[in-house]
Design a protein around this ligand. Sequence first.
Ligand SMILES: [Zn+2]
Length: 87
Amino acid sequence: MQSTDLEEIKAALWEQASHPCTRVKWGVAQVMAARFRKGQLLVLLRGRGRWYPVEAVTIERPRLCPTGACDLEDGPNERSIFSKREA
Ligand SMILES: [Zn+2]
């Protein structure tokens, strides 16, 4: 899904760091960090040394981890993300 919600993107970045299945991307580039400046969404891409202004980022998150390696049920952070989404 596409997102411009910084809170949602930051939660996904946190997930990405702990769960290999979650991916935050801009095109084919992986997003390492995101912030807003003057209403503009900026992202730091893997392997690049500067912030890029973008319209939105893509958050890829499987409903269930296909390998079982990520414990997606664990942690208060994720629980709040999922309950918000399913509400
Ligand atoms: Zn996984």
